[in-house]
Design a protein around this ligand. Structure first.
Ligand code: ADP
Ligand code: MG
Ligand code: MG
Length: 884
């Protein structure tokens, strides 16, 4: 087996397509090397070595030999020798899995240094300070990562050395300070471990490789995989690469960049660098970095010169590489580079993580630039990402008190209580509070807190700092590097000039502008505009299924229409009865002691319902509106407690005894399978008749008053049907009422009567039902409950066991169960269509907004999906993707 792949000197054994084997980093280093970019030479130990190591506890037999060969090739490419006391090669040993897990696993730099090689390095570079800076970094990193010595020991010693010297920054230390640090570090290692720090470069190399492979299973990497659904198997590759040095003085630097703005998608080169530093310093937020371009520097009011100004030649080279990478990968890249004495090296490239807003802008721009096609643009986003855009932003005319400003690192508004630590964020959120995590900077140990928080605010670090990158990937708003804030964590206080906020005080942040705002600021929902609108219109070109919304209020219907719904797929009429006055009328109807009382109450309900439905028809303007007849058991409208009983009795004007008796009468052992759905219309035909009157009255009125002269399309839907006989009786009432209304109002309107399929019996009897039913709508929430014999409201106690034991991969109430529920849908469709070949069918459960379930609907040939208004854009994109 080939365990090791070489790269460098304009060629490579691997390439970008074999990420599974070489990991993302290794595959892209190979690719960059082979397209001629300046990549320091190196080799990659494959992910298979990691798996072998994990399974057997040891390396493959022939690995040592392959590594030694690769090392020889590396030495000849780099022109120096590993461990040589005159011309030593130093290497980095870098982790890199298939899936991107930035910063989650370990990397060791400057491997190969010892008392001899450090002298050679000093001699060769003619810079003793640099050599010992590299050496102390190496001991610090190696001891922490490979030997497991607590990093805080070294932090403290470094702090003390700076104090002694009276300086603030690491790079201000003198060579004597560094030499002393190296000695002290080594002593500390001996004290902690009772063993000397390893001096043999071979031992160091294999120690680092082992640590990199082991870091696959470190706790924070595991948490990260859990949060991002990355499989546990797979492992990481290990990349051994010749070191280049960004800490070789003031013509050296390290930096990171995105080829375009990852926050809003602007086509501007976007990144940061630090002079005289090794790459880790940039991401760790040790010093605040400088901008790459002059334009960005001015926009952020940053005084330190940009790379463009400081090193114009290198900058131009970097710009050319930026173009080359985008043309080659046809996507935004996230790159790491180092400049050693004015010479540029590329250390990493990968597809850049971006916010949804940026993803859309970039996909549309790249299409217009001819880099990708429209179809590719539509396929670029995962539909669930769109959810981010449908979140609130700060209202434009909101009164706001800006107390600080940082960098706009991840867009959107977040409001919550100030907390300073990740654990507390998690604690408070599980108690039902909303929090903003405020920190100087974040580290991979904070990811659980970032996940829990509404948003993140940091005082240090730039747009590519850890907090910013993670917040963008999680869709959390983030303001980074708000330098005027001062955190006093011990006292639980946040100071901004004279203003002091306590832990738990409310704060708002605007990740689109970088503003930090006092208290709670009003927010608004975004609109589908600009590039988002363009991309959605492209999606609609390829989409073949219709997307409708589930809505009963005017506000929801308007939102749904704005978001591109092509009709309403489900109006839950009972929701119209729960609000305000209506519930009283509803209760009077249920409590009525004679037919006259009941008719009076129904009459009042009729007017309210007709008014509501008229509005829906008007908003949808000629698009179909599917109205479901009353569905829940009546007892849901009656109270339980004594206090409520007497309140209801008074409001309805009936004796409290009657309310109590009726509530007892209506109580059921298993209401979900009880007197509900069409069973109510069988027992109380007057309710059904009232609803039909309201619907057709509304259709007549909306038709008469329509400015566009479009005819309303009313689809009346009967819930929980099991037999054809039930459906026939109810359809009889509806047809009779429709004829009566048409005559009374002297107008025509289009209507259809159909049924929900939400019982297995209905699915099996679909052929018969289709003789009368003019459409089917699969109510997949109830159909899942009745197929599994599983109550949706009671899965909480055992669903996690089922997932853990692999019995259910997904919650069937979130993603449609294709094997069971899906099979019933297919049976029902086939049988329904054989009776009525032109029958329209759709689904209206929660599943209508779930991309995986939408894909099933497309494959099965449904005509439409209907989902909550907020999910309509998601469904449009998902439907387009499954059509492509
Ligand atoms: P991560 O996956 O956490 O980004 P990397 O393997 O990319 O870890 O290493 C972190 C940083 O170390 C890089 O950004 C780079 O600046 C520095 N680094 C890694 N390899 C080298 C090298 N061969 N020469 C110089 N710097 C390196
Ligand atoms: Mg990296
Ligand atoms: Mg139902």
């Amino acid at each position: 087996t080939k365990w090791v792949y070489n790269f460098g000197a304009g060629e490579a054994e691997g390439h970008a397509e074999i990420k599974d084997l070489l990991g993302n980093k290794g595959a892209n280093l190979a690719e960059m090397a082979s397209i001629g970019l300046p990549v320091p030479p190196g080799f990659t130990l494959t992910t298979e070595v990691c798996s072998h190591f994990e399974q057997t506890g040891s390396y493959p037999q022939d690995l040592k030999e392959q590594v030694q060969k690769a090392l020889q090739i590396l030495e000849s490419r780099a022109g120096c020798k590993f461990g040589d006391s005159e011309n030593p090669l130093l290497v980095s040993v870098r982790s890199g899995a298939r899936a991107r897990m930035p910063g989650m696993m370990d990397t060791v730099l400057n491997v190969g240094l010892n008392a001899k090689t450090v002298e050679a390095l000093a001699e060769q570079s003619d810079d003793r300070r640099f050599a010992f800076d590299s050496y102390r970094r190496f001991i610090q990193m190696y001891a922490d990562i490979v030997l497991g010595v607590d990093a805080c020991h070294f932090e403290k010693m470094l702090q003390r050395a700076k104090q002694k010297r009276g300086v603030k920054q690491d790079h201000e230390l003198q060579v004597e300070d560094l030499e002393r640090l190296v000695r002290d570090y080594k002593t500390r290692v001996f004290v902690e471990l009772g063993e000397e720090f390893p001096t043999d470069p071979q031992v160091q190399l294999w120690g680092a490789i082992g640590a990199v492979f082991k870091s696959w299973t470190n706790p924070r990497a595991k948490t990260y995989r859990e949060l991002h659904d990355i499989p546990e198997e797979g492992g990481t590759a290990a990349n051994v690469q010749a070191m280049v040095f960004g800490n070789m003085g003031h013509d050296s630097a390290s930096g990171v960049a995105f080829t375009r703005n990852p926050s809003n998608g602007d086509n501007h080169f976007y990144g940061e660098f630090l002079l005289n530093a090794q790459g880790e310093d940039v991401v760790a937020g040790i010093r605040t970095p400088s901008e790459l371009t002059m334009q960005a520097r001015m926009a952020h009011g940053n005084n330190s010169p940009s790379l463009e100004e400081k090193m114009p030649k290198v900058f131009r080279e970097l710009m050319a590489i930026r173009d080359q990478l985008e043309k080659h990968y046809k996507d935004v890249q996230d790159i790491e580079f180092t400049i050693q004495k004015g010479k540029l090296y590329m250390l990493q490239t990968r597809s850049g993580k971006r916010t949804t807003q940026a993803a859309i802008q970039i996909a549309v721009d790249m299409t217009n630039e001819g880099l990708i096609t429209k179809q590719q643009a539509v396929m670029r986003l995962h539909p669930s990402q769109i959810d981010q855009l449908l979140h609130p932003t700060i209202a434009e005319n909101a009164k706001k008190q800006i107390i600080a400003k940082g960098l706009p690192a991840s867009p959107g508004a977040a409001i919550g209580k100030v907390v300073f630590c990740a654990d507390e964020a998690v604690q408070r959120v599980s108690d039902g509070e909303k929090v903003i995590l405020v920190r100087n900077e974040t580290s991979p140990d904070d990811i659980h807190g970032l996940h829990a928080a509404e948003g993140v605010l940091t005082t240090r670090g730039g747009m590519t700092s850890h907090a910013a990158v993670v917040a963008r990937s999680m869709g959390r708003p983030c303001v980074a590097g708000a330098g005027h804030l001062e955190i006093d964590e011990a006292a639980g206080k946040l100071k901004i000039g004279d203003l002091v906020l306590e832990k738990g005080d409310k704060l708002s942040i605007d990740g689109s502008t970088g503003e930090v705002l006092l208290g709670e600021v009003p927010t608004v929902l975004p609109k589908v505009t600009g590039a988002f609108r363009t991309l959605m219109s492209w999606a609609d070109e390829y989409r073949t299924m219709q997307v409708r919304a589930n809505a009963e209020t005017k506000a929801d219907a308007i939102l749904a229409k704005d978001f591109g719904a092509e009709g309403i797929g489900l109006v839950r009429t009972e929701h119209m009865f729960f609000a305000g006055m209506r519930i009283t009328a509803m209760r009077q109807m249920i409590l009525a002691s004679d037919t006259k009382d009941r008719k009076d109450a129904l009459h009042r309900l009729l007017f309210m319902q007709r008014e509501d439905i008229t509005e829906l028809f008007q908003i949808m303007d000629g698009q179909p509106v599917t109205i479901r007849l009353f569905d829940p058991p009546l007892h849901e409208f009656l109270p339980n407690t004594e206090a409520e009983l007497s309140y209801v009795a008074r409001a309805a004007g009936v004796p409290v005894e009657r309310v109590r008796r009726r509530a007892t009468e209506l109580r059921e052992f298993n209401p979900m399978l009880g007197h509900r759905g069409c069973r109510l219309a069988i027992t109380y035909p007057e309710i059904c008749e009232m609803q039909a009157r309201a619907i057709f009255g509304a259709a007549a009125e909306a038709g008469r008053t329509s400015p566009s002269k479009k005819t309303p399309v009313a689809e009346v839907m009967v819930p929980l049907v099991a037999t054809l006989e039930e459906f026939k009786i109810i359809k009889g009432i509806i047809d009779k009422t429709a004829a009566a209304v048409q005559k009374e109002e002297n107008v025509n309107f289009t209507y259809r009567v159909g049924t929900m399929i939400e019982l297995p019996r209905a699915a099996l009897q679909a052929g018969k039902l289709a003789e009368e039913a003019e459409f089917f709508s699969f109510g997949t929430n109830d159909l899942t409950q009745t197929t599994y014999g599983l109550s949706r409201d009671d899965t909480g106690t055992f669903m996690s066991d089922y997932k853990a034991k692999g019995i259910m991969a997904q919650d069937p109430f979130v993603t449609l169960d294709e094997e069971g529920v899906g099979e019933l849908i297919k049976v029902a469709m086939n049988r329904g269509l054989s009776t009525r070949p032109d029958m329209k069918m759709g689904i209206c459960g929660e599943h209508g907004g779930d991309p995986t379930s939408i894909d099933f609907c497309q494959r099965t040939g449904l005509n439409y999906v209907s989902c909550s208004p907020y999910r309509v854009p998601i469904a449009r994109l998902a439907a387009a993707q499954s059509a492509l």
